[in-house]
Design a protein around this ligand. Sequence first.
Ligand code: ITT
Ligand code: MG
Length: 168
Amino acid sequence: MRIIIGSKNPTKWKAVQDVFDTYQVDTLNAPSRVSSQPFSDEETREGAINRALQCAESTPGAIGIGLEGGVMYIKDQLYLCNWGALVTEDENIYTASGARIVLPIDIAEQLKAGSELGDIMDQYTRKEEVRENEGAIGIFTNDSISRRNMFVHVVKLLRGQWEYWINK
Ligand SMILES: O=P(O)(O)OP(=O)(O)OP(=O)(O)OC[C@H]1O[C@@H](n2cnc3c(O)ncnc32)[C@H](O)[C@@H]1O
Ligand SMILES: [Mg+2]
């Protein structure tokens, strides 16, 4: 069976390949159809579902996966949040979220002013393409958990739910 992941970002498709290691995993540049910087759990989850649906619809018999990054408030603190969705060929939708950590206040201020986290992180670290490597979660956990690692966990939650319910 083919798995299609709706992003060319290596942290995302490699996470899917890590979990679905015996499957053929293909990538599709599927737009999230939400803001480029989602600002709530709801919006981030919707972006993941939109991407997964487009992937599943693109190829008969394929499973679509969408992974989306965003930020969300708890009280006055801004947290990183990530969501995943898996859509089966009969359009069952499974969702799961990833671990979250609070963002430093100066990063939160720049996000509130309208910048995207990917750009802010590159400036902050003086690196290139942090979002395609360790990610903000890697930087602010002292490299304990990379963005790919965090997505592996999300994809395991998706695969596990799908396998559980498929036999019911
Ligand atoms: O190509 P796509 O799949 O769109 O990958 P992306 O890196 O843009 O990832 P998202 O659209 O899912 O993330 C939404 C925004 O948040 C940024 N972002 C999310 N998580 C991040 C992280 O861990 N490190 C750096 N930027 C992150 C990202 O760059 C976008 O600006
Ligand atoms: Mg993006």
